[in-house]
Design a protein around this ligand. Structure first.
Ligand code: ADP
Ligand code: ADP
Length: 219
């Protein structure tokens, strides 16, 4: 049976950073809805154009298009053993749709790690975030600087600061998280899948703890 993990936490908690490391170690696909929207945006697809307005305002892209995009991604061959989901689901309707999809594909959400970081840390995290153009690898100017300024350690591509990481948009994204996404913590806790990880620890410590939970579920 395929194994699916859902990473939960507010914007800036470290989901993308951890998902990239863990997916590689576990040999699972990393499925990030934000990365998928950004790929569509740079390819100027119809979906990218539709998503842009919502992303610029720090709002969620409507459920129907988001669900269809993720469904399509989860059916690609690299997801045959499962996936590490990052940034999806973000609403109760998305969580329900995910469960319906996974029962159709023959899998379920076995663990939902919640990377817990207090709200006051998030603005500093996001205002210092630099992302790579080629694959969305993530750096922080203070906490995780690249070896060469402005260049990705992994693929040498240019690093840039996301438009939606400015303080005003970040505040809106946090509000949206609290209203629409935080209720999922209760949902996954009730299913017995939620594990809480202290996201204020250094990146390597968070990774170690996360791998303990994910590795145990996979073996
Ligand atoms: P998310 O995907 O949850 O929005 P990211 O993985 O993009 O979060 O991380 C947000 C920012 O915080 C990035 O600049 C990243 O380098 C930095 N970061 C991630 N984890 C930690 C950590 N444990 N300690 C300090 N900074 C971190
Ligand atoms: P972060 O982890 O830093 O909050 P993401 O890269 O996950 O950012 O998401 C960036 C933006 O993409 C969100 O603010 C939202 O507009 C859109 N988005 C990403 N995932 C979803 C989702 N599951 N549902 C709706 N919108 C989404």
């Amino acid at each position: 049976m395929a194994t699916y993990f859902v990473l939960l936490g507010p914007p800036g908690a470290g989901k993308g950073t951890q998902a990239k490391l863990a997916a590689e170690r576990l040999g699972l696909a990393h499925v990030s809805s934000g990365d998928l929207f950004r790929e569509n945006l740079s390819a100027k697809t119809e979906l990218g154009m539709l998503a842009k307005g919502f992303m610029d305002r720090g709002e969620l892209v409507p459920d129907d298009v988001t669900i269809a995009m993720v469904r399509d991604r989860l059916q690609r061959p690299d997801c045959k053993n499962g996936a590490l989901l990052d940034g999806f689901p973000r609403t109760p309707a998305q969580a329900e749709a995910l469960e319906a999809m996974l029962s159709e594909f023959g899998g379920n959400v076995s663990v939902a790690p919640y990377i817990n970081v207090p709200m006051d840390v998030l603005i500093e995290r996001l205002s210092g975030r630099w992302s790579c153009r080629a694959a969305g690898h993530v750096y922080h100017e203070k906490y995780n600087p690249p070896k060469v300024a402005g260049k990705c350690d992994m693929d040498g591509s240019e690093l840039y600061q996301r438009d939606d990481d400015k303080a005003e948009t970040v505040r809106r994204r946090i509000e949206v998280y609290l209203n629409q996404t935080a209720p999922l913590l209760v949902h996954y806790r009730q299913k017995g899948a939620l594990v809480e990880i202290d996201g204020t620890l250094p990146i390597d410590d968070v990774s170690r703890e996360l791998m303990q939970h994910l590795g145990a579920a996979q073996s």
